[in-house]
Design a protein around this ligand. Structure first.
Ligand SMILES: C[S@@+](CC[C@H](N)C(=O)[O-])C[C@H]1O[C@@H](n2cnc3c(N)ncnc32)[C@H](O)[C@@H]1O
Length: 236
């Protein structure tokens, strides 16, 4: 299981499937997803001509918005109202506050049975989880010999925030692919009770000591139950 298979699974069986990806980069995921309408948002789109062609072949229509997610949600309200969103992958700026903003903005257009996925919710190392204002700042902070390009930041805190503040959302994290967060409208099976100040104060050690509870961490096969499917996912 990974974010691509999870997104595709959530899109399956829908009519007129609308897919939104925030943070697209070279299109590693975007070009592999099949949907009727695919919407890409990134201030620095880096898809090659070949990736664009592959992405376009897997949709009836693709739309590329080369701007931040905040600008997209501020400027494209009529486009969003016209299309709605079935499934979204949020994988843009990896800061806790931005991810919360991206989730809240996406929820305004998400269908009642829609699904939001968040990449990078379960970092395996303190270095990968280091908070920074941007990927560039994260890279600049590192002084050899070990330089790592994979950055999850404090995206995981968005899960703690949503589980503490939203009684109207089901939220969990699949234990695969750096942690794939899953969000749907509905009554949560369990909640947290952290204040905003307490979430600010949490650090990587808190996460490492208590990941299962903080993230509502689940095996990949939980996705079938989360999506309300009858068939179990095959083992991964
Ligand atoms: C990890 S990459 C995305 C990878 C992609 N989703 C995939 O699966 O291959 C993160 C991307 O987020 C973009 N990004 C950074 N800040 C953003 C923002 N405020 N809004 C939207 N995208 C942003 C970056 O330009 C970068 O291309």
């Amino acid at each position: 299981m990974n974010r691509i298979k999870a997104v595709q699974r959530a899109l399956a069986g829908r009519a007129n499937r609308i897919y939104l990806e925030i943070g697209v980069s070279r299109g590693f995921t975007f070009r592999r997803i099949s949907a009727d309408v695919k919407i890409a948002v990134d201030p620095a789109l880096r898809l090659s001509a070949r990736s664009r062609r592959l992405a376009d072949e897997k949709a009836c229509a693709t739309y590329y918005f080369e701007m931040t997610s905040d600008a997209f949600f501020a400027n494209e309200t009529s486009f969003l109202e016209q299309h709605g969103i079935d499934v979204a992958l949020i994988d843009g700026l990896h800061t806790y506050k931005q991810v919360v903003c991206d989730v809240e903005n996406t929820l305004r257009y998400l269908r009642d049975d829609g699904v939001i996925f968040l990449h990078d919710c379960n970092p395996a190392l303190a270095l990968i989880a280091r908070p920074a204002a941007s990927q560039a700042e994260f890279m600049a902070q590192q002084r050899g010999p070990l330089v790592i390009g994979v950055w999850s930041g404090d995206v995981w805190k968005a899960i703690v925030y949503l589980r503490s503040t939203r009684p109207d959302l089901r939220v969990a994290v699949l234990k695969c692919d750096m942690g794939v967060g899953v969000i749907r409208k509905g009554t949560p099976e369990s909640r947290l009770s952290y204040s905003a100040a307490q979430i600010e104060a949490l650090n990587y050690t808190d996460l490492a000591n208590d990941r299962e509870r903080l993230l509502n961490l689940k095996p990949s096969r939980y996705l079938a139950e989360f999506l309300g499917e009858r068939a179990e996912l095959p083992p991964t």
